[in-house]
Structure formats: structure tokens, C-alpha cells
Design a protein. Structure first.
Length: 294
């Protein structure tokens, strides 16, 4: 009887891996393109443009580095979501075969499609700064039509919207790579997040950039290190209800958005919507972005 009690006590305190049942460590990677090392021009990040093949190749390589870093850091499952443009940039056959891929659009949760509470950590690769930021390489929020986006009064970019969605599911963002502007913005929103600035913007379409090979090595190492410290990073909290306010580039875009039931017209180019939670607010942000198209 005493030996049985001792065995039960040990089972309670020893790691599950001792019994051959390691806990799953699921990592979610959202990959964008504007923040990839070496890329500065719209011709490099836009499908059909002359240099798009270059941007695509570099995006795939940097994403693969993040996948490798995640598995080196103990990940048991990695899900990658193509989060740029048409969201068909990552070629499945060229991606690390250990990872699963979400590709294509539209998707209900866009850049965060597939996230849920079963993940242990989120990683952002190739991200860019929010709209209207100085010295931010190809900075914007969804599109040039959205000049300012705020959640509960705090201005954010795609990094903030996406981190808040992860937070809705209780998952922390532990690593972000991109230009220096987005890394600084992310650190202000997510205390403890590991950030790698792969380039320093010179205006919107020029930068001093890290060599892509160096960037990939540092992304892999950074993701691995961030996973080891994931317990120190808290999910981004969002008080409910969540109010999203958007300043649009034209009155006409605001006119279209104002027709959505529940949308409030703040001023000529500004609309606001109060959602019950961040998941609903995120869907509204995507709706506004789709309505604000020429």
C-alpha cells in the first residue's frame, strides 16, 4: 500500500514525458511578406510584379527558418498561416514538411485563421508596422485605405489586431520579426515578446537590411529562445466589449462602412463599432477593410 501511494505521488510531480507521454507543444506561425529581410518594394511583394518571385522565395525561406526554430524549441505541432495578400504565397511543396499550412483567401479569421486555445505560442514572421508610421518599410494596416485603427482607444496595426485575437484564445505572441518599427510597436503592446529587427526603414520603400541568410539564422534561434521563455509572456488582454475605430482614407469608404448595422459614424472618415469580444471585433475589421476597396 505504501509503494502504491509513493507511485501515485511521483506520478503527480514528475513531467509527463517521464511516462512517455510528452505534452503537446503546438506553435502557430503567421507569415507576412513586407517585413522579410531584403524586401523593400511593392514590386517584390505583389503577385504579378517583376520581382515577386524574389519576395516569395525569401518569404518561404524565412518561414522555414521559423518552423525549424519551433521544432528545435520543442514544438510537437506547427501550423503556418499564409498571411500576405492573396495568401497563396507559400508554396506547400517548398515548406518544411513537418508543418501544416493554411493557404488561400478569404478566411474568416484572415491572418489568424486556425488559431485556437490548444496552441501554446504564436510567432509572427515578416510583419510590418501600422499605418501612418514614419520610416516603416511598406507600413500599412490591411490596406492603404485604413489610415488608423484603434482597439479600445489604443492604436494598433496588424500585429496588434492579430495579437489580440490570439489573446482572445488565451495564447501569447512570443516572437515577432520584421522591420525595426514593427518590433518597437509590438514590444510596447506585448511585454516580454522576443523581437528581431531584420531591417531599418529609410522612409517607406528603402531600408538598411540584414543579409537574408543571417536573418534566417537569427529567426530560427530567436523562435527557439522565445519558446523556452513563453511562460513569461502573457496573452494580450482585451476588455469586453471591444470597440474598434477606423479612420479611412475617403469619405466614400466611410459611407459604405456606415451602412453596416451597428456601425457608428464618428466623423466624415471615421467609423466605430462595439463588438462583444475580440473575435467579433476582428471580423468587423476585415469587413471594413473589404468595404474600403476602390
Amino acid at each position: 500500500m505504501r509503494s502504491l501511494a509513493l507511485g501515485l505521488a511521483l506520478a503527480a510531480v514528475l513531467p509527463s514525458s517521464v511516462h512517455g507521454q510528452a505534452r503537446p507543444l503546438k506553435v502557430y506561425i503567421s507569415s507576412d511578406m513586407e517585413g522579410i529581410a531584403g524586401l523593400v518594394s511593392g514590386t517584390q511583394v505583389s503577385a504579378g510584379e517583376r520581382d515577386y518571385a524574389i519576395g516569395r522565395r525569401l518569404m518561404i525561406a524565412e518561414t522555414n527558418a521559423a518552423i525549424a526554430g519551433a521544432f528545435d524549441g520543442g514544438a510537437t505541432d506547427v501550423l503556418v498561416n499564409d498571411s500576405h495578400g492573396s495568401q497563396t504565397n507559400l508554396l506547400a511543396e517548398e515548406l518544411d514538411r513537418r508543418a501544416a499550412l493554411i493557404t488561400g483567401s478569404p478566411k474568416p479569421f484572415g491572418m489568424m485563421q486556425g488559431i485556437d486555445s490548444t496552441f501554446a505560442a504564436v510567432v509572427f514572421i515578416g510583419y510590418h508596422a501600422q499605418a501612418s508610421t514614419t520610416d516603416a518599410v511598406l507600413g500599412h494596416t490591411y490596406s492603404g485605405a485604413l489610415k488608423k485603427v484603434s482597439l479600445n482607444g489604443r492604436e494598433v496595426g496588424e500585429y496588434g489586431l492579430n495579437a489580440a485575437v490570439a489573446g482572445h484564445f488565451g495564447v501569447p505572441v512570443v516572437f515577432i520579426s520584421g522591420d525595426r518599427a514593427v518590433v518597437e510597436q509590438a514590444r510596447a503592446l506585448i511585454p516580454g515578446v522576443e523581437g528581431l529587427a531584420v531591417k531599418d526603414g529609410i522612409g517607406q520603400t528603402a531600408a538598411r537590411t540584414m543579409h537574408p541568410a543571417e536573418a534566417r539564422e537569427r529567426v530560427a534561434a530567436g523562435v527557439k529562445a522565445a519558446l523556452a521563455k513563453r511562460a513569461q509572456v502573457r496573452p494580450v488582454p482585451m476588455t469586453r466589449p471591444v470597440t474598434i475605430e477606423v479612420e479611412l482614407s475617403t469619405v466614400e469608404f466611410a459611407d459604405a462602412c456606415a451602412m453596416v448595422p451597428g456601425m457608428r459614424r464618428v466623423s466624415g472618415r471615421v467609423v466605430s463599432y462595439t463588438a462583444p469580444d475580440m473575435a467579433a471585433a476582428y471580423r468587423v475589421s476585415r469587413l471594413i477593410s473589404n468595404l474600403a476597396r476602390p
